[in-house]
Design a protein around this ligand. Structure first.
Ligand SMILES: *Cc1c(COP(=O)(O)O)cnc(C)c1O
Length: 391
């Protein structure tokens, strides 16, 4: 068999500057809790047009701490999209809350606004309104935040954006993470995402008190601020634990990498758009349905996902996936609907609960999409798909 470099669906891009930035920290006095953290936080806040950024060890912990800071407690409900990574829902469970889902809009893969409206209306009648709604910007395209914001005013819920896919994207001309239409937004810096810190995440918010609380929750619930203590400090060493927090800190090594990566984010996203345009153009005649891009949203294109149109395609999604993997093209499927996971089914969710999400899952495929994907590689991906689908 011919040896060939596999083409993954996602891959990080690490430059010489990135490596130097990490080496610099490694030779400094601070490997963690040092100056690189604040520097990265300031840069993220400035880039996103938000007042505060709090970096954490991963987006999963970021979502968890955000739920805690929004005072999600047992008895409360959190709603999210079933087409997401499990972390979007698990964050509510960590706080003892009930989870429910809102079905997707099949055109975008994002939470359906009309399904949300309907579900809110009936939850109001039954007294089961959510405390938090977590819109997930699927593939990097922002949800229709202005409409979700209006609903949040009407039904009094908090909006926590799972913006793991959407770092570098924008909505109505403002960066995702500006929190113009939300209380908090969470970014992921896992290597498959737009920029990376190895593992890492950030919570953005314009609420200064919430940011302070998030910083405390990130570090065991401990404060060194005398104003927060119940008595005068014993001395310079003194701290008090005033609530239960975690160790959710990011290291300075990671923050330096993130700061360096952030300098290239617009270049990363621009390349992702070029790749998306080529797929759009060259796959048009095939039985593949790309996502509708809403004019209000500028996607960060974490994913280029398509649906295989079962009415027009001769092959199944499974056979297309297998044939591409055999050719060294490591396409992927995003996502297995969360409510179909055994852990969630044990809570009472059933197949059939969210039909749009389940139909989507049968047809979905994510094609290679990353900054370093060369034009020739993309051409070979496109021609492999053409050969398979044209038989
Ligand atoms: C990647 C991802 C997460 C989790 O991010 P980590 O940084 O790996 O914890 C959460 N939600 C979504 C939608 C993701 O894609």
């Amino acid at each position: 068999m011919e040896m060939r470099m596999a083409i993954p669906y996602a891959h990080q891009s690490i430059s010489k500057d990135d490596i130097d930035a990490v080496l610099h920290v490694l030779q400094s006095d601070w490997l963690t809790q040092g100056p690189a953290i604040e520097r990265f936080e300031h840069a993220l806040a400035e880039y996103s047009g938000c007042q505060n950024a709090v970096v954490v060890c991963n987006a999963t912990l970021g979502l968890h701490l955000a739920c805690l800071a929004l005072n999600l407690t047992p008895g409360d409900s959190l709603w999210t999209s079933p087409i997401s990574f499990v972390a979007s829902a698990n964050c509510g469970l960590y706080c003892g809350a009930r989870i429910d889902f809102v079905d997707i809009d099949p055109q975008t893969g994002n939470m359906s606004i009309s399904a949300l409206e309907e579900k809110l209306l009936s939850a109001e009648k039954s007294g089961t309104l959510p405390k938090i709604v977590v819109p997930v910007h699927f593939g990097g395209q922002s949800c229709e935040m202005a409409r979700i914001w209006e609903l949040s005013r009407q039904y009094h819920f908090e909006i926590l954006e799972d913006a793991s896919h959407a770092v570098g994207g924008s909505y109505q001309g403002k960066k995702v993470g500006s929190c113009a239409f939300s209380h908090m937004a969470v970014f992921s810096f896992h290597p498959v995402k737009i920029i990376t810190t190895g593992e890492g995440g950030a919570i953005l918010t314009n609420d200064a008190d919430a940011a302070e609380r998030l910083r405390r929750l990130r570090s065991h619930g401990i404060t060194r601020d005398p104003k927060r203590m119940n008595r005068a400090p014993d001395g310079g060493w003194f701290y008090q634990q005033i609530e239960l927090g975690y160790n959710a800190r990011m290291t300075d090594l990671q923050a330096a990498l993130g700061f360096s990566q952030l300098r290239r984010i617009d270049e990363f996203v621009a390349r992702r758009h070029e790749i998306a345009q080529r797929y759009d153009r060259d796959l048009k005649s095939l039985p593949l349905i790309p996502y509708f891009q809403h004019p209000d949203a500028f996607s960060a294109y974490h994913l280029y996902s398509v649906r295989l149109d079962p009415a027009r395609a001769k092959s199944t999604r499974r056979s297309l996936y297998d044939a591409l993997h055999q050719a060294g093209i490591q396409v992927n499927v995003h996502y297995i609907p969360i409510h179909t996971q055994p852990f969630y089914q044990a809570m009472g969710f059933k197949n059939g609960d969210f039909p749009q999400a389940e139909a989507y899952y049968q047809e979905a495929l994510s094609l290679p999409m990353y900054y370093g994907l060369q034009e020739g590689q993309q051409r070979s991906v496109i021609s492999a798909i053409q050969n398979i689908l044209r038989g």
